[in-house]
Design a protein around this ligand. Structure first.
Ligand SMILES: [Fe+2]
Length: 243
């Protein structure tokens, strides 16, 4: 397959992931919070932006929409539940919807409330990838700005059921900090120790720690390892106060 996925990093920790069909030079970008680095990337590689996928309404995910739309007339997909908080939407999407992304194949919408009430993930079965926005991070989970721990626990339950070879693309490079927390609550895990070492090496070379397979996450992410909603809630509370 001639599809590649690359990170465009901006601000302190954000990634806008760009999917590129190398044959046609068409591209789709996820959560472009800042237009500038995306425009630069598109121009340098001479790509044509076809669509933007938005996971939730926070500024660092939607800030680049207007400028990119005016330049490329790309199609904007965004969660129905956040229709009033996101500009320039062409198509709203909700749980179970399937959208067609041409060479990238189909994307299934999975509603994952917790970080915000309308947050969604885009799962692309043909490419075996999922874009989780600020819902799931490597070894971590998004802050509960709007949802309850029970809602986020249920959202993680949905993600857990996907094929284990799915590659997870998160919207922030929070992995090193998450690893420090994860090891503090599950100190006996060898898989976790190994992942933390791998992350150290990658970050010392300024390389992204993402994507990561769902299988690896299931072995190292405390929020996926939580035995029940009470443990999940306790982990989330502890993380909120972890220095
Ligand atoms: Fe966010």
């Amino acid at each position: 397959m001639s599809i590649i996925i690359e990170p465009i990093s901006f601000y302190e920790s954000n990634y806008a992931w760009i999917m590129i069909d190398e044959k046609s030079k068409n591209a789709i970008v996820v959560d472009p919070g800042d237009a500038k680095p995306v425009l630069k990337y598109l121009e340098e590689k001479q790509l044509s932006l076809q669509a933007i996928l938005i996971t939730h309404f926070h500024d660092d995910h939607i800030g680049g929409i207007a400028e990119l739309k005016s330049k490329y007339s790309c199609k904007i997909y965004a969660p129905l539940k956040e229709i009033n908080k996101i500009p320039n939407i062409d198509q709203t999407v909700k749980d179970g919807d399937i959208i067609s992304l041409e060479a990238m194949g189909q994307a299934e919408i999975i509603e994952t409330p917790g970080h915000t009430l309308g947050s969604i993930c885009y799962y692309l079965p043909n490419l075996k990838v999922i874009f989780t926005g600020d819902t799931m991070f490597s070894m971590g989970c998004g802050r509960l700005f709007e949802g309850t721990p029970q809602q986020m626990y249920n959202s993680f339950g949905k993600l857990k059921n996907l094929p284990e070879d799915t590659l997870v693309y998160c919207a922030h490079e929070y992995t090193a900090d998450n690893g420090r927390f994860a090891i503090s609550v599950i100190p006996e895990s060898i898989a976790l120790k190994n992942r933390v070492e791998q992350v150290k090496k990658l970050r010392s070379q300024y390389l992204p720690t993402l994507p990561i397979s769902l299988l690896d996450e299931k072995r190292t992410n405390p929020f996926l390892l939580a035995k029940n909603v009470d443990e999940f809630t306790a982990f989330r509370k502890a993380k909120d106060h972890f220095a």
